[in-house]
Design a protein around this ligand. Sequence first.
Ligand code: HEC
Length: 176
Amino acid sequence: MRRVISAGLTLALLVAVAVGVGDLKPAPIRAVDVFHRKCSNCHGKEGSMLERGFEQKYASASELREVVESMPGAIGMRTDELETMVAYMRAISRGEPFLIWTVRGATAIEGEVSPDDSKVQARAKGQGLKVVRAAANRWRVELPRGVSLEDVEITAQRGASRTTLRLREAPYSHTK
Ligand code: HEC
């Protein structure tokens, strides 16, 4: 019995280490690309046909998730993928730029921004990082040696509206 318990504890410890700080993960899906391919036929480019403030019709985050889950383009999506889409929906509802980190490379990270005319900037501990726009909705940030993901902050500015994404907090903005 004791051996079983200690095996369980060891496993719990391993899991804790695996998901612990220092192991930041990108988002499970490319929400902006998914929306473009599966949702924009009905809801317009970058959600332009969705009503501003629509999230207020839903009493809770789970109600909003249920609507997204019921959409034709959402068939087969996992919960973490739905949550990511819901975050993008909040940004659209609020008319704010949405930022999401989607790829973790050895020397660079990549992600998406929506709307595509938002200006993207990145920095770590006050140091500006180079941002490349590979495509209208995509960005890529080179990570110089010594810069850790925990310190990276991406901002998207569009008119007076500004969104900041701190990778140590979440892989995408509008989690609430
Ligand atoms: C075939 C057309 C169609 C597609 C594709 C579609 N939707 Fe919808 N969507 C609708 C219709 C119609 C409504 C309004 C009726 C309703 O609330 O069920 C709606 C409502 C919504 C709402 C609530 C808007 C509001 O004003 O309350 C959200 C959010 C939403 N869709 C997101 C998505 C997402 C995300 C996708 C892709 C994964 C998607 N939709 C794909 C037709 C579509």
